[in-house]
Design a protein around this ligand. Sequence first.
Ligand code: GTP
Ligand code: MG
Length: 351
Amino acid sequence: MFVDEATVTVVSGKGGNGALSFRREARVPMGGPDGGDGGRGGDAWIVASSQKNTLVDFRTRQRIKAQNGRPGQGSNMSGRSGRDVEVAVPMGTLVYHADTGELLADLDQPGARLLVAKGGKGGRGNASFATSTDRAPRRTEPGGEAVEVTLRLELKLLADVGLIGLPNAGKSTLISVISAARPEIADYPFTTLVPNLGVVERFVGRPFVVADVPGLIPGAHKGKGLGIRFLKHVQRTTLLLHVLDVGRPDPLEDWRSIRKELALFDPALARRTEVVALNKCDLLEGGAENPVVARLVDELRRLETPCIAISCATRQGIDRLLKGLARILSRRVEPGPDTPQAHRPHGSAKT
Ligand SMILES: Nc1nc2c(ncn2[C@@H]2O[C@H](COP(=O)(O)OP(=O)(O)OP(=O)(O)O)[C@@H](O)[C@H]2O)c(=O)[nH]1
Ligand SMILES: [Mg+2]
């Protein structure tokens, strides 16, 4: 099950109390203070894991707690520190403070971690308070309080290329042809209900990640079809690959209607570099040479939109398409929008 929004409460451990104790020895009526310090409470971290793809673990509201520190003991024994807790989330998870809405981190690298709740300090035992004037202090310190934070998690998948297009255009077929991803493919709209990621590895240069999201239809911004809620998963891509079915009555109109939905969802996304894949060319006589395809190519060039005629069925144009995508990606290594550093500890977070 794919879940991309969740709420979770994380709690650090309370510090252990300092101990009040005096040495007892045979024939020594009153020994010195020997109460040890309490252990520190465990910290609570959120950690990006490449093993996770969804926030499904948090579908039911969870409360995740680090261990408390143990109290100090006599004989100057310090209490054991509480174990930290690490909450694993998928890469691309944005962590918000649930109450204030503040963005705490964008965990966009494997292993990126955020300290969300710092454990309480261990309290000092009475041995720590002994001075030359007070040799038998009865003073001890309680352990520091635990910190509880409720977080809103939002997953925005990280991919280089986002596949967009009408349902049935062949987006999932394309990702299955160019990567090891094996999404469901079928001759009806809305086959894909949740996003899929595929890694394209066959090409020189670094491998790149492609995201296949459920198809869009006109009116998606008003919730038609599956709506636009999955578009957030292509928001962080470097480029959009718009798949058009050339066998449809008016592919250019299809293109325009998807462009409109994109712009209504996020104007910045509508400005993203776009490549059009004119798919299913095998359905037309002469394939990519067919006049319908030639006309589409001309129109799109006129609109300054790069396009390539392909067929997932015959593999025509696929290599050329991938080389083109790799070339564009190698030119662009822009960082994403400004977001706070994931590695910045945020231990002082309060409820
Ligand atoms: N003839 C032909 N059929 C294709 C081609 N590419 C995809 N198809 C078919 O088109 C249909 C839809 O393909 P999908 O890959 O499921 O389409 P989609 O864009 O992922 O659709 P949704 O998940 O519903 O948004 C399937 O029957 C595919 O076999 C192609 O190049 N040529
Ligand atoms: Mg699909």
